[in-house]
Design a protein around this ligand. Structure first.
Ligand SMILES: [Zn+2]
Length: 300
């Protein structure tokens, strides 16, 4: 039984260099008989981490067993309000056939959330009238069901591209105050663009939900990238794909709009690991963000 403690702190921005430094600190203790072969990503609230283990070993985050691809890839994520120390335990036979158990501990990097005031959204979407509550509940259930989809697609292992380009006008985790009323935090990254501007698939996947006009999110699209990783796109003016359709990375899937609770046209891109909401901007690299804001295509 090996027990290693990884202190991950003082990362100010999720740039490529910093992600490499995380890999470096991990690789410094990965040994030939180790069960964990790699772990990519900076652990923090909202982070998505992709790991690789010796195929067939059990991988547990805390007490939860994680599913793996046949070649040992696994994925895990942390919600906005997660904090503190986490343990990743691997149990099974190493490449020499010897039984091993190893635990890798790390501390989630603390993040600060912005406060964002949004004025001018339709007041009905801030204090919905009672007759709208049933519709809101049904739409929430549709989205939750789409996020529960568990498939063995491996699209999440390919590099992602930004689904739209333009100024970032909203970030993950911010505390939102709509028309003066404090509401739930914001869980996506907002990319402003003109109505009708293209939205492309950030990675390959299968369309699990299309809705032309949900109460809060307007034109809504969900794409499953496999192993619980999905993308949600909201406020779309048009969805150009159908439920059940397979899409390729870079394929046109919709058009930017301002439907639902929005003040102007933008794409709100959300990433999920099952019910955990992740930060797309944290997953993509800092230098790409500059390209996106300057209107250039970029990828991870
Ligand atoms: Zn948004």
């Amino acid at each position: 039984m090996r027990n290693k403690f990884l202190m991950m702190s003082n990362w100010m921005l999720p740039t490529r260099a910093l992600i490499f430094s995380a890999l470096f600190s991990l690789s410094s203790f990965l040994q030939a008989d180790a069960l964990l072969l790699s772990l990519q990503g900076v652990p923090a609230p909202g982070a998505l981490l992709i790991g690789r283990a010796v195929p067939g070993v059990d991988v547990l985050l805390g007490d939860s067993l994680l599913t793996q691809t046949p070649d040992g890839h696994f994925v895990l994520g942390f919600g906005r309000d997660e904090s503190g120390r986490k343990a990743l335990t691997l149990r099974g036979k190493d490449q020499y056939g010897n039984r091993q158990e190893e635990t890798h501990e790390f501390v989630l990097r603390a993040r600060e959330w912005r406060m964002q005031r949004v004025e001018g959204v339709p007041q009905e979407t801030v204090t919905p009238p009672p007759e709208r509550l049933e519709r809101i509940r049904k739409e929430g259930a549709l989205v939750a069901a789409a996020r529960r989809v568990s498939s063995s697609r491996r699209d999440f292992l390919t590099p992602f591209v930004w689904p739209a380009t333009g100024p970032i006008t909203g970030v993950y985790g911010s505390q939102r105050v709509y028309n003066g009323e404090p509401k739930n935090p914001h869980y996506g990254v907002d990319i402003a663009g003109p109505k009708g501007a293209p939205v492309i698939a950030p990675a390959g996947g299968k369309v699990t939900l299309v809705h032309p006009d949900m109460f809060y999110s307007g034109g809504t699209l969900l794409i499953d990238h496999g192993y619980g990783i999905s993308s949600t796109f909201i406020h779309l003016s048009k969805v150009l794909v159908k439920e059940g359709q397979e899409v390729k990375r870079g394929e046109l899937v919709g058009e930017i709009g301002a439907s639902g609770r929005a003040t102007g046209p933008h794409l709100d891109w959300r990433m999920n690991w099952f019910k955990e909401r992740l930060d797309p901007q944290w997953f993509m690299s800092g230098e790409d963000l500059q390209a996106v804001q300057a209107g250039r295509p970029a990828g991870r």
